[in-house]
Design a protein. Structure first.
Length: 215
């Protein structure tokens, strides 16, 4: 077997692994509860945007866990493509209920289609050309993540203030975490980065619940 050589200490790898396992478990539990709640209490039109969000969240966390925990180098190389591509899926999936349930109408669809358009570009790039345009890929993550800025007025008009605050806070948490992703000399940098991902996702999960409950 071609074994992957750890780039960090074993303790750092274990800490990162624990966070990934907890993240996948929390994501599965969270989206299961969300869909059951929606099926029992929310309008039928809420279910499919929430289902898309749920798939994006679980897929992103699962691919990240599989990639970061795998030590078989050839398999890891393949999983890396899906891990990086799934981040675009997570971002677009998160925008879907925020835009379609929260904003609705033409503005909601425009924001959703823009998010998925950027996701499509990013996923093709990461799946097919992962070793090229890394700087552009990172910039695209940020651009897609903060895409809501262009729809700030519809968001302010349509969303509960608490949900709007959580969306911004979650975005800031994700963005702050990228510092630790890029500065690898910081001890436990990858674990800290992935902690920011979990925290940002948790904050956005709360925002999605508030948006769905308000409609």
């Amino acid at each position: 077997m071609t074994r992957y050589q750890l780039q960090h200490s074993l303790k750092e790898h274990i800490a990162d692994g624990v966070l990934h396992v907890l993240g996948v478990a929390a994501a599965i539990a969270g989206v299961t509860g969300l869909i059951v709640w929606a099926a029992l209490t929310a309008p039928g039109t809420h279910i499919w945007p929430l289902a898309i969000y749920s798939v994006g969240l679980v897929a992103s966390f699962s691919f990240s866990a599989a990639y970061n925990l795998t030590l078989h180098a050839p398999t890891r190389a393949i999983l890396r493509r899906f891990d990086h591509a799934a981040i675009y899926l997570l971002i677009a999936g998160t925008y879907t209920p925020m835009a379609l349930i929260g904003i609705g109408g033409t503005a909601g669809w425009a924001l959703t289609l823009a998010a998925w358009g950027l996701a499509g570009i990013g996923m093709v790039m990461k799946l097919g050309f992962i070793h090229r345009w890394e700087g552009f890929g990172f910039a695209l993550y940020l651009a897609q993540g903060w895409l809501g800025v262009i729809a700030i007025w519809p968001l302010i008009q349509s969303l509960p203030l608490s949900a709007l605050i959580l969306i911004v806070v979650g975005g800031l948490v994700y963005t702050a975490g990228t510092i630790f992703y890029h500065v690898e000399r910081i001890p436990f940098s990858r674990a800290i980065w992935h902690f920011h991902v979990l925290a940002g996702a948790a904050v956005h999960y709360a925002a999605v619940i508030l948006i769905a409950a308000a409609r």
